[in-house]
Structures are given as C-alpha cells and as structure tokens.
Design a protein around this ligand. Structure first.
Ligand SMILES: C[S@@+](CC[C@H](N)C(=O)[O-])C[C@H]1O[C@@H](n2cnc3c(N)ncnc32)[C@H](O)[C@@H]1O
Length: 191
C-alpha cells in the first residue's frame, strides 16, 4: 500500500521523490543507529516520504511529540498525518527550514535525519536546500543523510562554509538501490 503510494508520487514528481520505492526497514534502522536519537531533544526529519524512518525513530523510543517532519509533497504530508498520530508534520520546502524552526520555537536543531534526494536536485537547488539545512543545525549537532552515491550529498562549499564535517559511516546493501549513510557533524566555530 505505501509502496504503491510512493511509486505513484515518483511517477508524478521523479526528481523530487528521487526513488521509486521507499527505503527498506534495514536502512531505516541503520540511519537511526547512526543518529543515536536523544529522546529529551527535538529531532527534525527532512523528506520523510511515507514515514519509514519516522517509524524506526518511534520504535527506537523517540517520543512522537519531539519529532518534527518537513515534507514538500502534499500527498505524503497527508499520509503522514493520517498514519503517525502525535507527530508534527509541516508541509513545506526544507529551503525554508531556518524560518520554520524559528516559528516552531526550536532554535538551532541538535539532531536531523534526512531522506532528501540531494543528488537528484539541480545544483542551484541543492546549494539552497543544503545551506538551509546546515544553517539550521546547532553547533555540535548531527545530520544523518543517506545517498545512493559515494559522493557527498551536501555541496562541499556549503559544508565548508557552515563547518560541516562529514563522511560515509555505513553502506547498507539491503536497500533498493543499496545506500551509503553519510554522517555530518557541525563543528564549533574556532575561537
Ligand atoms: C528519496 S524520498 C525519501 C523518503 C523516505 N525518507 C524514505 O527513505 O523512504 C525523498 C523525499 O524528500 C521529499 N522532498 C524532496 N525535496 C524536498 C524539499 N525541498 N523539502 C521537503 N521535502 C522534500 C520528497 O517529497 C520525498 O518524500
């Protein structure tokens, strides 16, 4: 059922959805393990799609009320609201994340999990979305992002400007297609 919905959204918006199937549960668990979510702190999920990572976060003990999901697609956003009671879902472009985080009373975000299809975005959009994500992350915060490619999802110039140090932390073969998990940490500014 969710796979069908995902495939239909992919046919409508292939570049935005970036894949024709949702991520596997194996990838979702591996993403969450890289995150080590702190149940006492808010966690922002970017590009949740049908919510496979959200469910893994909830299974790992993350309280629903600490999660904030940002999803651009109205159909996915409606599905998330209907199937994940208690989780805040914002239908919006992640490029507006600094403003959304402020409106939601979050301030700099300490933990982010992302399924955004950075490598399917045109370079200009990738830079804009990447900068919004990097700008919104707190110093010392962590971003976990998957990609089907071993090349950095965040544009290197954006990562450098925002002191984001990252690399591949895991390869998950049990996904269609197999995926690399990238882990970024935002360094504190040098004194
Ligand atoms: C590859 S899918 C990943 C979905 C889910 N996380 C998973 O792994 O199955 C990418 C998701 O990012 C969403 N997305 C793409 N660009 C976005 C943007 N600028 N702002 C918010 N969501 C976006 C798409 O609508 C889609 O739900």
């Amino acid at each position: 059922m969710e796979s069908r919905l995902f495939f239909k959204r992919f046919l409508s918006l292939p570049g935005q959805v970036g894949s024709f199937v949702p991520s596997s549960r194996r990838l979702a668990r591996a993403m969450v393990a890289e995150m080590r979510p702190d149940p006492g702190l808010p966690l922002v999920e970017l590009g949740p799609g049908t919510g496979v990572f959200t469910r893994a976060l909830l299974d790992a003990g993350m309280p629903a009320e600490r999660l904030l999901l940002i999803e651009l697609d109205a159909t996915f956003a409606a599905h998330l609201r209907a199937t994940l009671p208690g989780v805040r879902v914002i239908e919006a472009d992640v490029a507006k994340l600094p403003r959304i985080a402020a409106e939601q009373g979050l301030g700099p975000v300490g933990q982010m999990l992302s399924g955004l299809p950075f490598r399917s975005m045109p370079p200009r959009v990738r830079r804009r979305v990447g900068a919004a994500v990097a700008q919104s992350l707190a110093d010392g915060g962590r971003l976990v992002q998957f990609s089907y490619f071993p090349i950095p999802p965040l544009p290197p110039e954006v990562a450098q400007e925002h002191r984001m140090a990252g690399g591949v932390s895991r390869f998950v073969a049990a996904n269609m297609p197999p995926a690399f998990i990238w882990r970024y940490e935002k360094k504190n500014p040098s004194p």
